[in-house]
Design a protein around this ligand. Sequence first.
Ligand SMILES: NC(=O)c1ccc[n+]([C@@H]2O[C@H](COP(=O)([O-])OP(=O)(O)OC[C@H]3O[C@@H](n4cnc5c(N)ncnc54)[C@H](OP(=O)(O)O)[C@@H]3O)[C@@H](O)[C@H]2O)c1
Length: 295
Amino acid sequence: MRILITGSNGLLGQKIVKLCLERGLNFIATSKGINRNPDCPDNNYLSLDISNQLEINKIFQFYYPTHVIHTAAITNVDYCEDHIEECENVNVISTKLLADTSITYKAHFQLLSTDFVFDGEKGNYSEEDEVNPLSIYAKSKVNAEEIVINGKTDDWSIVRTIIVYGEGHNLSRSNIVLWAKEALKKGNELTIVDDQYRAPTWADDLAWGCLEIIVRNKKGIFHISGPETMSVIELVYRIADFYNLPKDKIQPVKSNTLNQAAVRPPKTGFNLDFSRKELNYEPLTLEKTLELLKK
Ligand SMILES: NC(=O)c1ccc[n+]([C@@H]2O[C@H](COP(=O)([O-])OP(=O)(O)OC[C@H]3O[C@@H](n4cnc5c(N)ncnc54)[C@H](OP(=O)(O)O)[C@@H]3O)[C@@H](O)[C@H]2O)c1
């Protein structure tokens, strides 16, 4: 097994690298520019801009991956609303380049996707539920999924996930749990939506799920998230409770007062039955992961 990871400087990419090292799996980590993950040995790293077919070809010719885990993407949903072409190029066209090259090299292709493919009216989504994306980012992920699903092979997997959190090195983006923890510690005012529901996902659990699909030779769509769906404000209250920090600076607001560029689905959350059955996936509770973050 030879695993090619894209987006290895990102939060999930870093956790997959960590797990590959722990399990002694053969891998090449790639990201745009230099290796910003000090835990990833330079011998295991190659620079790859996923929008460049020549760079993709070079890496496939050098490494002959048997599996590709494609985490790289533009993940800032508001940024995508204002940079439609860039979002299309990185999230959709580059996925096609990688997926097609994987078919040529007979490598399993795994795409990371999102709960935002759904409109958030129903909640507790299963893998078979119908998608209805509300934003440019969400549409780009649906289009990327379609490229994979309609490709000339069934040797693929799609992993959908929901607000991913955890600690990483030199990340270009923070995540809600780290951000809320820091803001609460500083005593800042926090304006938090109380009408959006999510199942926050511990990045290590997600990385485990991604690798388990590959190790068990599974195919198809998998929902991988945290075990509990809660409102975003409940998430922040629970972080405050865990760290014994005051909650009086947390101001509830409605989504439509925030003036954000991208529309978010009100209620997502996943039915995890399929992942539990196929992978023995058992994600940690929020408080358990906060204990691990504390250490
Ligand atoms: N984070 C979430 O809450 C969330 C929720 C649902 C789904 N997902 C999906 O899960 C996957 C992983 O998310 P994440 O949290 O690990 O995101 P992340 O931390 O933003 O990582 C994405 C990585 O992709 C890299 N990248 C962007 N454009 C690239 C290009 N042209 N070539 C090569 N690399 C490029 C970024 O590089 P730089 O670091 O240099 O910018 C970044 O390291 C994504 O596909 C995302 O859509 C994430």
